[in-house]
Design a protein around this ligand. Structure first.
Ligand code: AMP
Length: 115
């Protein structure tokens, strides 16, 4: 059992503002929002980063993407949104549990918004 911060959020050991949960995916508001809509979507299975994915994760990543599109629609991002997956040191990843940022709100989003 991992004690990473997002695993602990998934288990309910750390509070979060949950927006979605199913058997495989958990989503919650980013604690430091960079846009009016800023949701993090995580697989319940722990994977450090996109660089750690292999074939056994294909189904989990498919579920993550499908859930992200649904969550963005439910958050009101009907005209579009941005998704970001920061990976590793160069990618400025802060939390080493793979996660997808959904960013939406201003129309259009700033071109260089990092997350
Ligand atoms: P990154 O790893 O760079 O893709 O970003 C990690 C994101 O997780 C940042 O945007 C943080 O604000 C966010 N974050 C870190 N801890 C929490 C938490 N306990 N609840 C919600 N968001 C968090």
């Amino acid at each position: 059992m991992s004690d990473c911060v997002f695993c602990r959020i998934v288990r309910g050991e750390i509070p979060s503002k949950k927006v979605y949960e199913d058997e495989h995916v958990f989503a919650f508001h980013d604690i430091h929002p960079a846009a009016p809509v800023h949701v993090l979507v995580v697989p319940k299975v722990h994977v450090d980063s996109m660089a750690h994915l292999d074939g056994e994760h294909e189904a989990a990543m498919g579920r993550l993407m499908v859930a992200a599109g649904r969550i963005a629609r439910e958050q009101g991002c009907t005209d579009g949104f941005r998704t970001i997956v920061n990976t590793g040191r160069v990618g400025l990843q802060e939390v080493y549990h793979l996660h997808l940022h959904i960013l939406g709100g201003p129309d259009p989003l700033p071109p260089m918004l990092k997350r």
